[in-house]
Unconditional design. Structure first.
Length: 379
């Protein structure tokens, strides 16, 4: 097992096998000795909390004595467990603090055999804010973050709780702090979620504030709350309904359109054509939660066909595996998708087109669809 520092963990020697695998009565056995400069509590968790997560995830016997870990089981399982400890020790070497959630996500990445190391995903910091670091937690989220770096316009489509808007806003704040852009513009359509709110009292901004509140909440997670009013008063950060974008050219800006499934085709075209020099756009939405009037096509669904193959435009798709809220949220998303597929009602979870076309290669849920070259900034 190789650490980030380049050293290797000590393994009990077995002739001819550098990984120290030897058959036992119950299968293959691997012994790992964790270096003294690694805390076993940090690796295994308080009261072995993280060790229990690992034991539940694999069909292998894991025995810990001091700083020696012995893994016994089928060859493929023991190799996975050994690989997991390799990833976890590298995360610790990089200064990370392991949690049960991170261990579970590392296990999931190893099982999917994506070829990407969990340590490379979970150690990627986007923004350090208010005492914590915002980073992707799944492979598809990392692909999403990478796409924002590499393309001018990025669409992220996925179910609720997958971090679509949150990660985009973290990238926007980072770009502003690095002086890559001069301002951040956050917008979403003011569409009621299947309810009739009726007359709302107050000024215009007080009327639209409920629709924009989620964006304000995310900003407060990433910036000093006392600085937000000042930045908004100066126009450095703007949070406004989509209708306010008409007729504008947005230069040197990081622009995020949230809840884009609730745009019409005309609104989507209007928004995308606001792009100015030195700007980038991120469009997020969930095509399974459209709140438009019956019979009105979602601009987010249509744009997948319209911009398919356009250079410097990237579509990234997240799935229930990328949900970072409570575990039940992912289960709920899957349950609804299964019900809709079984009964033929509603919209089937995933990038479904308005013409009912599904299953094209460009609609894969692996976060790699529709890349047509690197971002080229307008001069």
């Amino acid at each position: 097992m190789r650490l980030a520092s380049g050293r290797e963990n000590e393994l009990t020697e077995t002739p001819g096998d550098p990984r120290d695998r030897k058959p036992s009565g119950d299968g293959t056995q691997v012994k790992i000795v964790i270096p003294d400069d690694h805390s076993m509590v940090s690796l295994l968790g308080s009261r072995d909390e993280l060790l229990h997560v690992i034991e539940e995830a694999f069909d292998a016997d894991i025995h810990v004595r001091g700083n020696e870990i012995t893994i016994t089981g089928a060859p493929e399982e023991t190799a996975r467990v050994a690989g997991l400890f390799d990833e976890l020790t590298e995360l610790l070497a990089g200064g990370a603090e392991l949690t049960a959630d991170e261990v579970a996500r590392a296990v999931a990445m190893l099982r999917r055999k994506s070829g990407i190391r969990p340590a490379d995903v979970l150690s990627l910091g986007i923004l350090s804010a208010r005492g914590r670091t915002i980073r992707p937690k799944t492979l598809n989220q990392k692909r999403y973050v990478d796409a924002i770096d590499e393309h001018t316009i990025v669409f992220c489509i996925g179910p609720a709780g997958t971090g679509k808007t949150y990660l985009a806003m973290a990238k926007a704040v980072k770009a502003l702090q690095a002086k890559e852009v001069n301002r951040i513009i956050l917008t979403r359509p003011a569409v009621e979620a299947g309810e009739r709110l009726g007359f709302l009292p107050g000024t215009l901004y007080e009327k639209i504030d409920p629709y924009l509140r989620p964006l304000h909440d995310a900003l407060h997670d990433m910036l000093d709350p006392e600085s937000i009013p000042r930045l908004m008063a100066a126009g450095t950060i703007e949070v406004a309904p989509l209708a306010y974008m008409r007729g504008r050219t947005l230069n040197d800006s990081f622009i995020i359109l949230d809840e884009a499934q609730n745009t019409s085709a005309e609104q989507m075209k209007m928004f995308l054509t606001r792009l100015g020099f030195g700007s980038r756009m991120v469009v997020t939405g969930d095509v399974t939660q459209v709140d438009l009037p019956a019979g009105q096509a979602s601009g987010l669904r249509l744009v997948q066909d319209i911009l398919d193959g356009v250079e410097d435009v990237r579509f990234v798709r997240l799935t229930s595996h990328d949900v970072v809220r409570h575990r039940l949220v992912g289960d709920i998303v899957d349950a609804y998708a299964a019900y809709e597929a079984r009964t033929g009602t509603g919209t089937v979870t995933g990038p479904v087109r308005d013409r009912g076309l599904r299953g094209r290669a460009s609609e894969r849920g692996d976060g790699r669809a529709n890349s047509r070259g690197p971002r080229k900034r307008a001069q």
